[in-house]
Write a protein that binds this ligand. Structure first.
Ligand code: HEC
Ligand code: HEC
Length: 662
């Protein structure tokens, strides 16, 4: 068996490998000698230890914290597990059968990495311990397990990787950007508030074209989102972040027979309104991004020759792949994590929603089988895997990779097939089952449907979007879509008790969940809809609210609750779910421009939203025009949206704290 990477390909400008620490990511890791696999199972709350010399033996399980999501192994083979459900990191010593120590983190810790010298464990938390305003990067001393420092790194961080110069790259999940932290000085050296990925991807966008219908953009522009991971080459000079490119210009009604509304208009006419892609960071030269100009591909092709030295920024595949669950597909959607191979030439990206691993070059984008302009392929090979995949680890010699399929609770092996001169991978051996389902059978099915972009009952074979492509983690993506109904922000679903909050949509045009599903799945996603969506609805209905570190018991939050009542907010945002489920005009109608709100809301106003999980779901209102909760409370001309004029400034400040605690 050759190496996975096909080292004979003569790839140019590949730096020599110095170390190989970043050979795993997400829910799976390997011991330093490759003898042991560690997998974390989120539902079961366990770390599974698999002896690869006796893979048929039952894995040993160690109970860790609640909802473990990622695992890393230190130089001394100590294992660290990020437990998203209880804001801790579990520390397990080599060979031990129980947790040795538990570290406290901010809300929903996810990303784990080590500093260049291996002495610090770095952890990202989705929010700080006391505010939803930003997440954090925290360093723990691996010798003493003491927290050394913690700094703000922007909104909703997830992935982290350490690159050359002892810098940490942190992916900001909803924003689709990466923050750069200098670990020596503990400072944020590049704050993505200036949106460098966005600016490059939309470099030649045409804005402000005025016609009789109003002023609008003429070319699609794309907002990067869903940046779950940062992947580095072994020498730490190049890094990658998978994203979803979300269309920003007006989306037209399309018949379901051609894939539905969500089917068209991806970057360079690839994919759908939400299309998977990748952002490259070149650390050696500058700590900056390299992204195709996604608005210019008609003229120069996505594979413009002047930009030949980094992977194509949108995933496209002409190869089909057999996934264990159904007919062959060639979609890539829902990237969760990735790694590079030991030579640093190949990037493996795990795609949960399309149930495959995509292999693409880290430096090269030309050649017989990778010339995007000629073949429309940015991927060298695709291999099918199970459901819910969110972990990958590659052996030191690069002959094998393991993937953890979280919804199937099993480890799958992929290896070079040895067919032809292509680095073709295939599934190999029998999956290693770690644990069983903890959710009732219907919710197990419902979750699988929610995260599935390739089941044609859900989404057309040419559209390939999943519910989770926009409702990230069952929540939202902060994106405002220019729908035929007007500008519409993706609402959070988690914690908002779907089954008790009819009608649906900001315009409230769907009176029942059945009508809603049948419209969304058939008309928008182009799916056949030939299944009973009740399990999907029940799964969404039971999702917990995005946790907030702002306690409702704070005195300011309690004063804020009184201010909420004083300003009449509770007349509409009432009851446990904080909505009366009615339609009301609160002065937020957008009746100007090419993409004005529809006639339904002109007549009756908007569907009153639930306010649960608000601190994590910025921006606000149907069109995302209020960026923060401060905007919501302070900008309220004419008291149309609650009577905020009766509140003092101190009461308004308390009200904001209360809203963040919901
Ligand atoms: C392309 C992005 C996208 C995809 C894919 C998507 N949604 Fe949505 N979803 C939205 C947006 C945007 C809205 C608000 C639309 C509106 O109000 O007109 C929405 C609204 C909803 C609502 C209404 C919430 C409420 O309180 O009124 C539900 C429920 C929902 N989506 C569930 C789903 C499910 C289930 C799927 C998969 C079958 C799905 N969505 C797929 C973006 C998306
Ligand atoms: C008369 C009914 C009514 C009252 C009173 C009211 N709201 Fe609302 N609220 C709405 C409606 C309708 C929307 C949706 C408007 C839109 O999206 O354009 C909304 C939206 C919101 C949102 C955005 C939620 C999201 O997920 O984007 C927040 C936050 C909010 N209201 C807070 C408040 C506060 C705080 C008060 C009191 C100061 C208040 N509301 C009073 C009806 C009301």
């Amino acid at each position: 068996m050759g190496t996975l990477a096909g080292a004979t390909l003569g790839v140019g400008c590949t730096p020599a490998s110095t170390s190989y620490t970043a050979r795993s990511s997400g829910s799976l890791a390997l011991s330093s000698d490759d003898s042991t696999l560690y997998a974390v199972d989120t539902d079961n709350g366990v770390l599974a230890i698999v002896d690869l010399n006796a893979p048929t033996q039952k894995p040993s399980l160690i109970q860790v914290g609640k909802a473990p999501v990622r695992v890393v192994v230190g130089a001394d083979d100590t294992i660290y597990v990020a437990n998203r459900g209880d804001n801790t990191v579990s520390v397990v010593r080599k060979g031990a059968r129980e947790v040795a120590a538990t570290l406290q983190t901010g809300t929903e810790p996810t990303g784990l990495a080590f500093s260049t010298d291996g002495r610090q464990l770095l952890v990202t938390s989705a929010t700080a311990k006391d505010t939803t305003a930003h997440g954090t990067l925290t360093a723990f001393d691996v010798a003493t397990l003491e927290e050394q420092w913690s700094i703000p790194v922007g909104e909703e961080p997830r992935g982290v990787a350490v690159v050359a110069g002892n810098k940490a790259l942190v992916s900001l999940y909803k924003k689709g950007e990466v923050a750069v932290v200098d670990l020596n000085t503990r400072t944020l050296v590049s704050n993505p508030s200036v949106n460098p990925v966005y600016a490059q991807a939309n470099a030649t966008r045409v804005e402000g074209v005025t016609t009789a219908a109003g002023t609008f953009r003429t070319t699609s522009t794309f907002h990067p989102r869903a940046a779950a991971d940062v992947i580095t080459t072994p020498d730490g000079t190049r890094a990658f972040t998978p994203v979803v490119w979300a269309r920003e210009d007006a989306i037209a009604r399309r018949p379901s027979s051609i894939g539905g509304y969500y089917g068209g208009g991806g970057p360079c006419s690839i994919g759908a309104v939400a299309t998977a892609g990748i952002v490259t960071y070149d650390i050696a030269e500058r700590t900056d991004t390299r992204v195709d100009d996604l608005t210019a591909c008609v003229a120069v092709g996505a594979n413009g020759s002047s930009q030949a030295d980094f992977p194509v920024s949108t995933f496209a595949s002409t190869a089909t792949v057999v996934v264990p669950s159904g007919p062959p597909v060639r979609a890539v959607q829902g990237s969760t994590v990735g790694v590079t191979d030991p030579t640093g030439q190949w990037l493996f990206v795990v795609n949960r929603e399309s149930q495959n691993v995509a292999v693409m070059p880290t430096y090269r984008r030309t050649g017989d089988d990778l010339d995007f302009a000629r073949t429309s392929t940015s991927i060298r090979s695709l291999v099918g895997i199970g459901k819910g995949a969110d972990g990958i680890a590659v052996t030191r010699d690069g002959t094998k990779a393991f993937v953890y399929s979280q919804f199937d609770h099993q480890i799958e092996t992929i290896a070079a097939s040895g067919r032809g001169d292509r680095a073709m991978l295939e599934q190999s051996g029998t999956p290693i089952r770690i644990a069983g389902d903890t959710l009732p059978a219907d919710l197990v099915e419902g979750r699988k449907m929610f995260f599935d972009a390739i089941d044609t009952r859900m989404s057309a074979a040419t559209t390939n979007v999943a519910c989770s492509t926009c409702h990230l983690e069952g929540r939202e993506d902060g994106h405002v879509w220019q729908f035929p109904d007007g500008p519409r922000q993706t609402p959070a679903l988690a914690g908002r008790k779907l089954l008790s909050t009819a009608p649906f949509h900001w315009s409230g045009e769907f009176a029942t969940i059945h009508d809603f599903n049948s419209h969304t799945i058939r008309e928008r996603m182009g799916g056949s809809g030939t299944f009973d969506a009740a399990a999907l609805d029940r799964w969404i209905d039971q999702l917990p609210t995005a946790p907030s570190p702002v306690s409702a018991n704070l005195e300011s939050a309690q004063r804020g609750r009184l201010a909420f009542e004083k300003a009449q907010c509770a007349t509409c945002h009432t009851g446990a779910l904080m909505t009366n489920n009615k339609m009301v005009d609160v002065g937020t109608l957008n009746l100007r421009g090419a993409n004005r709100d529809n006639g339904i809301v002109e007549k009756s106003g908007f569907n009153v939203p639930s306010l649960l999980g608000l601190g994590r779901s910025a921006p606000y209102l149907h069109d995302g025009t209020e960026r923060t909760l401060e905007d919501r409370v302070y900008a309220n001309a004419g008291d149309k949206h609650g009577t905020t004029t009766v509140l003092s400034d101190a009461e308004k400040a308390d009200l904001v704290v209360y809203l963040k605690s919901l």
